[in-house]
Structure formats: C-alpha cells, structure tokens
Design a protein around this ligand. Sequence first.
Ligand SMILES: NC(=O)c1ccc[n+]([C@@H]2O[C@H](COP(=O)([O-])OP(=O)(O)OC[C@H]3O[C@@H](n4cnc5c(N)ncnc54)[C@H](O)[C@@H]3O)[C@@H](O)[C@H]2O)c1
Ligand SMILES: [Zn+2]
Length: 281
Amino acid sequence: MGETVVEQIKPFRIDYFYTTENNIKGKRVNSIEMSNADAIEHAKKLVSNSKKITAFTGAGISVDSGIPDFRSDGGLWERFEPHEYATIESFKKNPTKFWTMGRALAETILQAKPNSAHIGLSKLESNKKLIGIITLNIDNLHQVSGNKRIVELRGNYLRAYCVECNKEYVGETVHQRVANGEIPPRCDVCKGVLKSEAILFGEPLPENAMREAVELCRNTDLMLVIGTSLSIYPAAYLPQLAKNEGAKIVLINLEGINRNDVADIVIRGRATEIIPKLVEY
Ligand SMILES: NC(=O)c1ccc[n+]([C@@H]2O[C@H](COP(=O)([O-])OP(=O)(O)OC[C@H]3O[C@@H](n4cnc5c(N)ncnc54)[C@H](O)[C@@H]3O)[C@@H](O)[C@H]2O)c1
Ligand SMILES: [Zn+2]
C-alpha cells in the first residue's frame, strides 16, 4: 500500500443510505429472506464454527455507552457542520473552530464506559476466537474493555500532538485544558497548535492501520460488521474485501443500510442486545 489514501466526505445527511422497503424488517435485500430471530441463530452458529473472527466497528457500537453517532438527529454534525469544523483544511485555517467542537465531543467521550457489546468482543478475543478489531471509532472503548489487537482507522481522540514539533500529549490532559477555556491548546515547548490524533476529513488514513486492516480482512473467516453505515470510503470497502477473500459477513445494525448486499446475514437491533447473544456459543 504505497499510495496515500485520503478519505472522502460523502453527503452526511445520507437518508438514501438507510432503509428501503426490502430491508426494513431486517430481511436480506437480494437473497434468501430470514427473520431476525433466524438471522441471530445462523450468526450464532457461524460464530461458534469460526476460528478467526474479525469485528469491524463503527459509531453504533458506542451509542449505548452514551456517545451518539454523529449523523443522527441531535448528533454532532447537526451542531457543527463537518466541512466547516472537521476537515483538515478547516483545522489549519481556524483551529479554534475545531477545538470548540472538540470540547463538546470530549464531554461525551471522556465519560463513556464500555458496554455489553464491547465486552462481548473482548470475551471473543480472550477465548481465542477473535483475531482483531478494525474500528472507525476514536473513543478508546475497545482498549478499555480489554481487547489487544485493535486497528484504529481514524485515530484516537485520547491522543494529541503538536503540529509544529510533533510532541505527543495525553488527550485527557489536553481536553481538560480545552474544557478550562484554552482554545486552541498550544504546545508547552514551541507554542504550536495541538491537534487531536483523530483523523479529520481530507487527512490521509494512517497507512499502517490500513495495511493491518487489509491483512485482517485476508485472514479472517468471519467478519462481524457492527454499527457502521459503511458510508466513508475506502474503509467501507473492507467487508467486501474480506468477503472476496472467502469470509462470511454478518451485518449488525439498528437500521438497514444500503450495503446489505455485502452480507451473508443481516441482523437488525442494538449492538448491546445482539452481541451478547452471539458470543454465548
Ligand atoms: N464513538 C466514536 O468514536 C464515534 C462516534 C461518532 C462518530 N464517530 C466517527 O464518525 C465516523 C462515522 O462513521 P460510522 O460508519 O462509524 O458511523 P455512522 O454514524 O455513519 O453510522 C452509525 C450506524 O450505527 C447504527 N446504530 C446506531 N445506534 C446503534 C446501536 N445501538 N446498535 C447498532 N447500530 C447502531 C446507525 O443506524 C448507523 O447506521 C467514524 O469514522 C467515526 O470516527 C466516532
Ligand atoms: Zn511543539
């Protein structure tokens, strides 16, 4: 993966990514239809028979930990328009705007605790069934719940660095300074602006993380895709890659998404309700 991969912003009010008549009841869109209860039973068997499971997680897995996803009503993008507050260009132009949004985000992320879905995945890893988690999340909750191999495609909100001299900072300390009104926070060595390590729109994805994610996709026999709308590319291609390499794909989401075609099984429901059922194998 020599080339730098840059994310693209897809439209953020992506209603057309959501439910269609066909998937509204958790049915598969383009193949055999099954009820949600049957889908859960099938997925349970897959989990039980698989030796190398990978989870691909998005904002939805952390919603029941108190971190709303950004796109829903009342989410972050309703208050802070992402082109204005969350692109690398907007950060460079006006870091104060980014950190104003950052202060609001830190209020929820710093208080959140892992929920039963995070804990279910850490159980799967300690039982040697799960080989890794690829996550779009920046909230550190997979680490807190005990998983070891975590590939963060969009960085981590609990780390920060100076854009001038690269000095690293503990995110929590920086967020505390921001909460006390230091906006933007600055480097104590060179006075450069600090940036959260979370990846902004328009920033390259971390190359090592992409490489490791691809490696997991190639090695896995079952991918559990949990709480992501699969609307940001190139990360959204990863389940398709795993499928092309022979893995079964189980999609678990509160709502139907328009990428159900990649799935062998689609389960509708909250991650906190479904994951504990799947790991009781
Ligand atoms: N917790 C976090 O770290 C966090 C939170 C919000 C956004 N983000 C960032 O924003 C980007 C958004 O992309 P994305 O695809 O992860 O999120 P998204 O907002 O595009 O999609 C979230 C999906 O989760 C579903 N969902 C909501 N509640 C759920 C629940 N309880 N159980 C299961 N599914 C549920 C929604 O229906 C939606 O399809 C990510 O790259 C991420 O970095 C991170
Ligand atoms: Zn510095």
